[in-house]
Each structure stands twice: as structure tokens, then as C-alpha cells.
Design a protein around this ligand. Structure first.
Ligand code: SF4
Ligand code: SF4
Length: 135
């Protein structure tokens, strides 16, 4: 087994490899859902409580509410220059975006993001494992 595959699968416990790069479109900074305890938050009361927990939430302004929950934009995003104004000290969640862990928390990829994911185990490997289990 490749060292990279072993490391991702058994040390980091990942199911996907990430490929691509950031196109600096800013989509992930201007349409943000906030997840807490695996659910996207849906009320302003919930959000006010979260603001006391982590400074990142104080950067956010609510801009909409849709079928998923509240939608925010980050005040640290400069929409003219299309850059994060606190890039060097941006929070860990921003540094890691997009990370498969955030999908487990209910988040989804921003549309047209320059990153994409591929399963670490391809379909053939999964099928072989399943067949062995069934023997
Ligand atoms: S959505 Fe993807 S490509 Fe666009 S800024 Fe965020 S990480 Fe970069
Ligand atoms: S802190 Fe920077 S990278 Fe993080 S959401 Fe705000 S603008 Fe985007």
C-alpha cells in the first residue's frame, strides 16, 4: 500500500483524497452555513449563543435564511479585492477548507470550488472487501 494512502486512511482516518487548488472565488467566505452538533443552525438565538463560544462567529453577518438554515457572510472578506483581510491569522476551519470533516458536520462544497475529492478506496477495492466479508 502506498505510504500516502496508508497515512490518510489509517492515521488520519480519511475516506477521500483532496485534489485541486483554491481559485480565490470567495464563495466559501460569502455563503456560509454554521453547523453545531451536526445540525445547521436555524435560529438567531442559536447563533448568539455560538458567538460566545468561538471568535470566528463574531466575524459573521447573517444575510439570508434558506431551506438548510441561516446563511452568513464573513466580514473579513474584501469583496473588491476578493481576499481574506486576515489571511495570515485566519481561523483553522478556514485554513482547512474544504476538508471532509466539515462534510460530516453537515457542510457542503461551495459551487465551482477549485477543489474536489476522490475516494481513497476505488470501487473495485470496496467490492473485493465486501466479497471477502461475505465469504
Ligand atoms: S470556494 Fe473553493 S475555490 Fe472558492 S475561495 Fe473557497 S476554497 Fe477557494
Ligand atoms: S476569515 Fe477569511 S478565509 Fe475565513 S471565512 Fe472569513 S474571509 Fe474567508
Amino acid at each position: 500500500m502506498m505510504i500516502k494512502k496508508f497515512f490518510y486512511k489509517y492515521i488520519l482516518k480519511r475516506k477521500y483524497f483532496r485534489y485541486g487548488s483554491c481559485k480565490r472565488c470567495g464563495a466559501c467566505c460569502t455563503k456560509i452555513y454554521v453547523s453545531h452538533k451536526k445540525d445547521v443552525i436555524k435560529t438567531e438565538e442559536e447563533f448568539l449563543k455560538l458567538k460566545k463560544i468561538h471568535p470566528f462567529y463574531t466575524y459573521l453577518t447573517m444575510i439570508d435564511k434558506d431551506e438548510n438554515g441561516l446563511v452568513f457572510k464573513c466580514n473579513k472578506f474584501d469583496s473588491e479585492k476578493r481576499i481574506c483581510t486576515i489571511h495570515k491569522i485566519r481561523p483553522l476551519i478556514c485554513r482547512k477548507y474544504p476538508d471532509e470533516i466539515i462534510f460530516k458536520m453537515g457542510a457542503s462544497m461551495a459551487e465551482n470550488c477549485g477543489f474536489y475529492f476522490k475516494p481513497i478506496d476505488n470501487f473495485k477495492e470496496i467490492l473485493l472487501k465486501q466479497m471477502k466479508r461475505n465469504q
